[in-house]
Ligand binder design. Structure first.
Ligand SMILES: C[S@@+](CC[C@H](N)C(=O)[O-])C[C@H]1O[C@@H](n2cnc3c(N)ncnc32)[C@H](O)[C@@H]1O
Length: 230
């Protein structure tokens, strides 16, 4: 997906959300509400201009994804993020989308972030603590774990929504297994050329996969390969 705006004229979270609506990326009131309530500015390292439509480095060869990618994924998953549902965010990085998911599924739902860089797990927890999702972290309906996201997080499976924030060479089987019938996974797949795939598990357990758009993400890989920049 392209960059929809650049420059620093947009310097407030509300302005960023309005721009995403004008560009046609955000289409629903539900996504407007969650992106207004979770301020992206709380999830970026000091010195980063949070409201520009661009990914930014967060250390450890990782990035916070661009606002238009966060919005597009929320839009694709919104019907699977109803109150009481279970959501898994693999490669949760800054915790931005994890916090959005938690606000959408609420205290009777379950939101799990899995990230394999422990320093980013701590960073994301601190970020979430500053946000409107803090009470959900406190009550335990939202948690972020240090782990290899390619294995999913079986403890709270099956999931209505799975988001993968890094590009996999192929769709990891444990993630397909942990998707609930009727559930949806959004995952970038590929190496140099990547497609954002939408994976729906039908009620009979069969899988339908379609391509949403071309994307560019950091790889879903081992911690060692990521830190070496491979
Ligand atoms: C594009 S970044 C962050 C995306 C996140 N949605 C955000 O905007 O903050 C992708 C993240 O995936 C993590 N990652 C890569 N491979 C992983 C793996 N096997 N298990 C868990 N996390 C992984 C990286 O450390 C990185 O934080």
């Amino acid at each position: 997906m392209e960059q929809y705006w650049s420059g620093s004229a947009i310097n407030k979270n509300k302005g960023m959300v309005e721009n995403l609506q004008h560009c046609g990326i955000i289409k629903s009131r539900k996504v407007v509400e969650v992106m207004e309530n979770i301020d992206r500015g709380l999830f970026v390292p000091n010195g980063v201009q949070p409201y520009i439509d661009s990914p930014f480095a967060i250390g450890y060869n990782a990035t916070i994804s661009a606002p238009h990618m966060h919005a597009a994924c929320l839009q694709l998953l919104e019907n699977h993020l109803e109150p009481g549902m279970h959501a898994l965010d693999v490669g949760s990085g800054t915790g931005y989308l994890t916090a959005c998911f938690a606000l959408m599924v609420g205290p009777n739902g379950r939101t799990v972030g899995v990230e394999h860089i422990p320093e980013l797990v701590s960073f994301s927890i601190k970020n979430i603590e500053k946000s409107d999702a803090a009470p959900l972290l406190k009550d335990g309906s939202l948690s972020v774990h240090d782990g290899d996201g390619r294995q999913g997080w079986p403890e709270f499976a099956p999931y209505d929504a799975i988001h993968v924030g890094a590009a996999a060479p192929e769709i990891p089987q444990p993630l397909i297994d942990q998707l609930k019938p009727g559930g949806r996974m959004v995952i970038p797949v590929g190496n140099t050329f990547q497609d954002l795939k939408v994976v729906d598990k039908n009620s009979d357990g069969s899988i339908s996969i379609r391509t949403e758009t071309s994307v560019r993400y950091v790889p879903l890989t081992s911690k060692e390969a990521q830190l070496k920049g491979e």
